[in-house]
Design a protein around this ligand. Structure first.
Ligand code: ZN
Length: 480
């Protein structure tokens, strides 16, 4: 029998606030242990939480970008469990009235667009961190509560994905959306974006949902992918052998490439969720909703479609340019100064991206702003300089801070784009290269290539190669 996976994902994204969800402590990463704490996030008796308004706005922006219905008012609940890094013995989360529900995210899968349902989007606080001391004789662990109370956005999908590739595309698309909307910095290496997957298998084509296995300890998209592939194999084999899959939570062991049972699955009622009596429900007025809605930017997929329709870009170019908001903004910034989408796109993709990737900087850190780059591309489009000259000019623009126009003059790079200036060079090249000339006259069209190369060499790279090509062909055709 053929089995298909049914996959759901829970994503935790750390919100881009300066402070924690219920107190004013900083959430800066990498500070010495327990230096960013106060009585509220240490869970001292008698303290009261106060909601971070910025966190609510960011969560709301994400919920709107994901097309969720917003619950007004929304409210907070206590999720009760004991863990040494959770001083209150409960986590403030949302269960009965999530901030957003019934949204969707469109993801590209094998050239098509699929919608994945978003069951809910809610706010919750992060726990601290246990540090397990790892040297001989140590018989204790330490707790760092700097992270306790960090605002998290949890995004829960419906069990809508039917293949591991769909889950991969979902994670990439969601990450891009969270970056675009500036809701989270999504730094996976710092734990700002974390995933948990649930997966069950069923005979292909049926609607039954089998027992779910949840996988935790997934620190990267790569880890989720490997863990899901492993689970597909493990569960399929179990079922094929007539066994049963148990509902349980498993831990992914990245080094060994396998998962192991952590505990049999807890149910929601194990957490004894109840409304937090310290927190009133939060009214979300029209003014707040409108204000936040106005901050939802054009989303990547829509922007890609618009780049194709409005700027006439290829699917590929549009995809690469909209991969990050900064790059898409930079591209459109260039267009304001030189309305030539194709040549700007080509120069960005073929030259600028190569350079910034090599230097490991972002487009935001690139020395040339859109206006200065646009000027360079315009000089090239107008035939004032050729591509090779443009590359040299760009390099000098970065180093000297001078404009493209000034450098072209200074370096004497103006392209020879005038027929009368080029004619003597064409004559000379034909005279000095009887071999290729004979080849061309004998019917070998490609022989014009080396001749153009000679013209470029004689002109020290300043000839317009297109014009040289045309003039050479005309001259040679006349010799036939
Ligand atoms: Zn605090």
């Amino acid at each position: 029998m053929h089995y298909e996976p049914v996959i759901g994902l829970e994503t935790h994204a750390e919100l881009l606030t300066a402070s924690k969800l219920w107190c004013g402590c900083s959430i800066r990463f990498g500070r010495p242990p327990n230096t960013q704490t106060c009585p509220v996030c240490l869970g001292m008796p008698g303290t009261l939480p106060v909601l971070n308004e910025r966190a609510l706005e960011l969560a709301l922006r994400a919920a709107l970008a994901l097309g969720c219905r917003i619950n007004r008012p929304t409210s907070f609940d206590r999720k009760n469990y004991y863990y040494p890094d959770l001083p209150k013995n409960y986590q403030i989360s949302q269960n009965y009235c999530n901030l957003g529900e019934d949204g969707r995210l469109e993801i590209p899968v094998n050239g098509e667009v699929r919608a994945v349902g978003i069951s809910n989007v809610h706010l919750e606080e992060d726990a601290g961190k246990n540090l397990h001391v790892d040297y001989p004789g140590a018989d204790y662990s330490l707790v760092d509560l700097n992270r306790a109370g960090t605002p998290l956005l949890e995004i829960v999908t419906a069990p809508d994905m039917r293949a591991v590739e769909e889950a991969v595309s979902f994670m990439q698309t969601l990450r891009r959306l969270l970056l675009y909307t500036e809701v989270s910095d999504c730094k996976m290496q710092e734990g700002s974006l974390r995933f948990e997957a649930s997966i069950s298998m069923r005979p292909a084509g049926t609607n039954r949902l089998g027992p779910r296995v949840e996988i935790k300890n997934l620190n990267s998209i790569k880890a989720v992918t490997a863990a899901l592939e492993y689970e597909v194999r493990r569960q399929s084999r179990l079922l094929q052998d007539g066994g049963e899959v148990k509902q349980e939570t498993r831990l992914w062991d990245e080094e060994r490439g396998r998962s192991a049972r952590m505990r049999t699955k807890e149910e929601a009622h194990d957490y004894r969720y109840f409304p937090d009596p310290d927190l009133l429900p939060v009214a979300i007025g029209d003014a707040l909703l409108d204000r936040v809605r106005a901050t939802v930017p054009e989303l990547p997929l829509a922007r890609r479609e618009r780049f194709i329709a409005e700027h006439g870009l290829s699917d590929y170019n549009a995809s690469v340019l909209t991969d990050s908001k900064e790059l898409a903004d930079y591209f459109e910034g260039c267009l304001q100064h030189h309305e030539a989408p194709e040549s700007i796109a080509n120069w960005l993709l073929n030259v600028v991206l190569g350079q910034i990737n090599q230097r490991d900087i972002s487009i935001r850190e690139f020395e040339l702003g859109p206006e200065r780059l646009a000027e360079l591309v315009r000089l090239m489009d107008e035939g004032a300089i050729n591509q090779q000259a443009a590359r040299d000019v760009m390099e000098k623009m970065v180093k000297t801070g001078k404009t493209a126009g000034a450098l072209v003059k200074e370096l004497g790079l103006e392209q020879i784009g005038d027929e009368s200036d080029l004619a003597p060079l064409i004559e000379q090249v034909i005279e000095e290269n009887p071999g290729p000339v004979k080849d061309y006259l004998g019917g070998k069209q490609a022989a014009v290539g080396p001749l153009v190369g000679q013209v470029m060499r004689l002109s020290r790279g300043k000839a317009d190669p297109k014009l040289a090509n045309r003039m050479l062909r005309e001259k040679l055709e006349a010799m036939k």
